[in-house]
Write a protein that binds this ligand. Structure first.
Ligand SMILES: *Cc1c(COP(=O)(O)O)cnc(C)c1O
Length: 402
């Protein structure tokens, strides 16, 4: 810390554990400090900078829009919002989109849509949502109740009612939790915050069947795993249409760094979201929608997602080698696409290794639950950048076991 500017601000609520590090600019997968030191960014602002930093097409879209129109409110038609909705609908299971600004808001929208769906079908008693243990859905009152993480709920009681909890990836427990009051089932197809835990595709397929059998809505939280991160636009697409949800929450990558989120659903699932039932001032404003269109166009360029998948396999194979070479530091690797995790072996701590990767190797990663190092490079990462990160994982393991 050369001067006082990198210590925590006395005027910012101290909710985050910040590294004493600030960046001045970014380019592709690299972040640079004011002194010009480059850091390889395998955190992507927690899966937000899907197209890396300062992507020229996104910069141009934002610049051009900034000179024309920022905000009008949803009292008027917003052409780029319409265009973005058309793109999302054309490339997903969904028929209807509601734009918002963040992941938690997208989840709140899904909860409201699920309750209203049963309300308009004459079943207002069906309001409860079955959620998975070890989840993360945001920090609003309802999303902390949905995730049920005691650390996030502490002192914020009474918890919002209407969420039941079962083990992740456990079909029997899920079925057993269904009651007359159940409205929906909510899961992350790949748990991010919880430690990069992918759902089995057969579990997702089974959830689809269970929801059909009991008349429940299936809700996916793809805030972290969606928008191309796994090599398909949405992670559940790996089940080839056999595990499509009724509602999905999207945020993070969709704005490439500009705050944007949405929830989408089939026409049937969105039936309750009629005129006047929901709203938000900024949702899908001209700036956000313009950038969102540019992000989606880039993700859907021919070959782009296949490239993501190919490079994810290089990372996957490389991490396998890292684990095999350092079993006393890394227990295993898991994940899908460019959303992978290294589970750190006790007594080593993921947080300590993340700090060493940052300070000694200038590689940025994110700690996650279950002692996992979360690896989320921008989707434009190169083979050489993957190899550089793999070398850092090995070097740091050698250093801590020396
Ligand atoms: C980040 C995240 C959220 C919350 O998004 P915010 O934009 O921080 O509100 C919800 N669900 C998942 C899976 C996330 O990773």
């Amino acid at each position: 810390m050369p001067d006082g500017t990198l210590s925590p601000s006395p005027h910012i609520a101290p909710t985050y554990g910040r590294a004493p590090l600030a960046f001045e600019r970014g380019e592709g997968c690299w972040l640079y400090t004011a002194e010009g030191e480059g850091y390889l960014d395998f955190a992507s602002g927690i899966a937000v900078n899907a197209l890396g930093h300062a992507h020229p097409v996104l910069v141009e879209a934002l610049r051009d829009q900034a000179g024309k129109l920022w905000h009008t409110s949803n009292l008027y038609e917003i052409p780029h919002q319409r265009e973005l909705a058309e793109k999302l609908v054309a490339h997903s299971f969904a028929d209807l989109v509601f734009f918002c600004n963040s992941g938690a808001e997208a989840l709140e929208g899904c909860f409201k849509a699920a309750r209203r769906y049963h309300h308009v079908h004459g079943n207002p008693q069906k309001y409860r949502i079955i959620c998975a243990s070890n989840s993360f859905h945001g920090r609003t009152l309802a999303t902390i109740a949905a995730a049920n993480n005691p650390k996030h709920l502490d002192g914020f009681g009474p918890a919002v009612d209407g969420f039941d909890h079962v083990a992740f990836n456990n079909l029997n427990e899920t079925r057993a939790a269904i009651t007359e009051e159940t409205a929906a089932i909510l899961v992350e197809p790949i748990q991010g915050e919880g430690g990069i835990n992918p759902a089995d595709l057969d579990y997702l397929r089974a959830l689809r069947l269970v929801c059909d059998e009991f008349g429940l809505l299936l809700i996916y939280d793809e805030v972290q795993c969606g928008m191309g991160r796994t090599g398909r636009l949405f992670a559940h697409e790996w089940a080839d249409g056999e595990a499509d949800p009724d509602l999905i929450a999207v945020a993070k990558g969709i704005g490439g760094g500009f705050p944007l989120g949405c929830f989408m659903g089939t026409g049937a699932a969105m039936e309750g979201i009629s005129a006047g039932t929901h709203g938000t001032t900024y949702g899908g404003n001209p700036l956000a929608s313009r950038v969102g269109c540019a992000v989606v166009d880039l993700l859907l360029e021919p070959g782009f997602l296949d490239g993501v998948y190919a490079r994810s396999m290089r990372l996957w194979d490389g991490l396998g080698g890292v684990v095999a070479a350092h079993p006393s530091v890394y227990e295993l690797h898991r994940g899908a696409g460019l959303m992978q995790g290294l589970k750190v072996a006790e007594p080593h701590a993921a947080g300590d290794l993340v700090a060493r990767l940052r300070d000694d190797h200038r590689l940025l990663t994110v700690p996650a639950g279950q002692n996992v190092i979360r690896i989320l490079p921008p989707l434009v990462v190169s083979d050489a950048e993957i190899d550089q990160a793999l070398a850092a994982f090995s070097d740091v393991a050698a250093a801590v076991s020396a």
